[in-house]
Design a binder for this molecule. Sequence first.
Ligand SMILES: C[S@@+](CC[C@H](N)C(=O)[O-])C[C@H]1O[C@@H](n2cnc3c(N)ncnc32)[C@H](O)[C@@H]1O
Length: 268
Amino acid sequence: MTPIDPAAFREFEHTAWQEIASRYHDGFAAVTTHSISALLDAAQVKQGTRLLDVACGPGYAAAAAAARGASVSGVDFSSEMVEEARGRYPGIEFQEGDAEQLSVSDSRFDAVVLNFGMLHLGRPEQAVREAYRVLRPGGRMAFTVWDTPDKAMGFQIVLSAIQKYGDLNVPIPPGPPFFRFSDPEESKRVLSAAGFSQIAVTYVPQTWRLPSPDALFEVMYNGSVRNAALIRAQKPDVIEAIRREMHSAVLKYGNELAMPAVLTSGQR
Ligand SMILES: C[S@@+](CC[C@H](N)C(=O)[O-])C[C@H]1O[C@@H](n2cnc3c(N)ncnc32)[C@H](O)[C@@H]1O
């Protein structure tokens, strides 16, 4: 296995998110927002909770927490995403910052959430340790990731199409396995090693309603990081074959794809 260079992976992710930010709302956000209510419940967010939304993107989880009466801040390493969040929710404080090195004092928050952020980190264990550090004793961390491709059909379709026509071993900066935290045992192990207790893993059913048969390819190509890089690294005729294959698969499975999330939470 190629060793991971966390700095190179971070740079790869950062460059992509700066580019994707303005398109994100019309792409993956159609699904990532579904699990927010369950995520906030797992972090026990209610009136008065001091919440940090890490890798906040356009700020959806932060906004939903504010609507519950929580006192909310959001942090993301992409300045473009932070601008999106500030524009969308001007009443909430959003700042640029790194999940793996939070500029926040110890024990400052009652809850920390990452909605689909963990799978983009080069050093996720470090982000979990940071969440632990900024939580007060008894505070809760919760995060969502995608379920594995056998259940999350959008990923099954794109990965099968690349495998069928292209090459999955193109040179992109290697990161931790994309579906690492879809495995409850791995999530429990990492949270437990950071000191969390009362760790629970649940599944959140989600459905991606695609506006057209081409929408899945468009979002993967224009609005994702690793899958976009995998597709873009192929030859033009291969990219076209992948696009056609994904179009046919969406017609076959229907434009309502199961995209369940895996939700992990723990208590400091
Ligand atoms: C899939 S988006 C999730 C956005 C949002 N949480 C949501 O609910 O849709 C992943 C986000 O993680 C951010 N991100 C990736 N790596 C990060 C890091 N090391 N520190 C902070 N944010 C990061 C990206 O900029 C992007 O906004």
